[in-house]
Write a protein that binds this ligand. Structure first.
Ligand code: GLN
Length: 199
């Protein structure tokens, strides 16, 4: 059976573990390289990308994650996790590193501050059914994508239309928003299909 790890250094990893549990896959909280090696796929949660980066380095997880991505491990990043999957960050801190993997530039806090957090119903390529309620919390947006990157969703909200907020690049999936807090499992189900090569 498929085992999906959730990087459990900081952020809302518990919500991702609970959502994946509800989807019926085996899950594992990942805080060490040994735990990562027992996973077929990995989720990078929302939180604070600079903190997750620092902790990943301190826990000797950065290099194993970078290698896993290079080796084709399916990885899904939400919000801070999207930032961590970007090859390039706009508005990062001076020493901020990402794991990289997706040829894109992501702007942190692209919609403003915490008070500017918002929700929007989104139509997302690969997600069937009614529009998905997307929750944006001090969210990033994608400013540039390379040729191998598929744009799955853009915002239409009047205050900030046409911002790229969901992308896929091979086995890598990233969203600006937080599907783990809504009870709608369709983004995690999409990721499970990617991880099992069904999509
Ligand atoms: N603004 C955060 C960052 O830069 C991301 C916010 C989130 O994950 N909800 O890491």
């Amino acid at each position: 059976a498929l085992t999906i790890g959730v990087l459990a250094l900081q952020g809302d990893f518990r919500e991702h573990l609970a959502t994946l549990d509800a989807c019926g896959v085996r899950t594992r909280a990942v805080k060490s390289a040994a735990q990562l090696s027992q996973c077929d796929a990995l989720v990078l949660p929302g939180g604070e990308s600079t903190t997750i980066d620092k902790l990943a380095r301190a826990f000797d997880l950065r290099d194993p994650i970078v290698s896993a991505i290079a080796g084709g491990m399916p990885v899904y990043g939400s919000c801070a996790g999207m930032i961590l999957l970007a090859d390039e960050v706009a508005d990062g801190t001076a020493d901020q590193q990402t794991f990289g993997g997706i040829d894109m530039t992501v702007r942190r806090n692209a919609f403003g501050r915490q008070v500017d957090s918002f929700e929007e119903d989104l139509t997302i390529a690969g997600v069937a059914g009614p529009p998905l309620r997307a929750v944006f919390i001090r969210a990033p947006a994608v400013e540039r994508v390379g040729s191998g990157v598929e744009v799955l969703a853009t915002t239409s909200a009047e205050q900030s239309p046409d911002r790229i907020v969901a992308v896929r690049s091979g086995n890598l999936l990233a969203t600006s928003f937080h599907p783990e807090v809504t009870g709608d499992h369709r983004i995690h189900e999409l990721f499970i299909r990617i991880a099992t090569k069904e999509q």
